[in-house]
Ligand binder design. Sequence first.
Ligand SMILES: [Cu+2]
Length: 356
Amino acid sequence: MTALLTIIIVLFVAVAIWQMVKIFDLAQVSNDTTNNGIATDYDNKINGYLMIAFLAFIYIITIICFVYWGDLPLMSNAASEHGAEIDNLMIISMILIFFVQTVTQFLLHYFAYKYRGVTGRKALYFADNNTLEAVWTIIPVITLAGLIIYGLFTWTSIMNIDEDSDPMVVELYAQQFAWTARYAGQDNVLGMANVRLIDIDKANVLGIDEADPNASDDIIVKELHLVVGQPVVFHIRSQDVLHSAYMPHFRAQMNCVPGMITKFAFTPSVTTKDMRERPDMIDKVQNINNIRAEKSKDLTAKGEEALDPYEFHYLLLCNKICGKSHYNMQMNIIVETQEEYDAWIAEQKTFKESLK
Ligand SMILES: [Cu+2]
């Protein structure tokens, strides 16, 4: 009760102060000729300097970001053959954007300062200048056209699935909230499938057509194994809503659309084992484990279980917000040698064997 009374009193005092400030403000209007709503030279000068200060602020923040986080290997760890092409496109776009924004920010803020309002100074009447208009239209057109054409060529070369390279066929099946992969088996042809054929009683979770001879040797798994240097083409399906098959290390992403099969093909170029041994990856994993060790200390102090150490894995993630457990939709990808892959796939059951 005392607390409530105190709050009410504080509230009343605040309202009283606010009202008094308003009254003083109103009382001053009549005899103050400078405060007529028009900015004075002094106001303009302050705003001009603030413009320059803000320019300095964004440049300083940029430099700090470069110093502290500039060495993050965001663009150097692609693990697929086409990955470097995507990274190049990205880095060229980034450098260009960075250069243009640095120059335009300077011009914007410097001119706002230089041409601030000064009593008696009149703005120059300037109708137009065709040369200037042409320059600032043609330069962006050429630059953007170059970027777009380069991007289109890159995209086409990545999306052009080379059937002569005999790619391994794998289905990625998305549903809320899990991934399932299906290998095409010995014949490298996937059996027909349709959501209407899903039969939970028989454990036919992907709706594979049992009558299709291509289906019997298909292999359904919950962990994706790929062979290094072997092209793979993914046939992507969704059971329920839009998902997106996102494999960031391979610079691959494709929407999973209910009712249709989308495709993406790539060739993994670095095995999981080799990726784990890269110095930058070792640093990264060490860093994550240091953070986890710190957290584990807090958890064990509370009597809870400590966190397991993190180990690097390539991942298949969902990149569409597809529902409340979207964040949990992921599958490990293991890139290995042909022998390791052969040994693993030999242990897996075929669709026919797994049917109940
Ligand atoms: Cu999803």
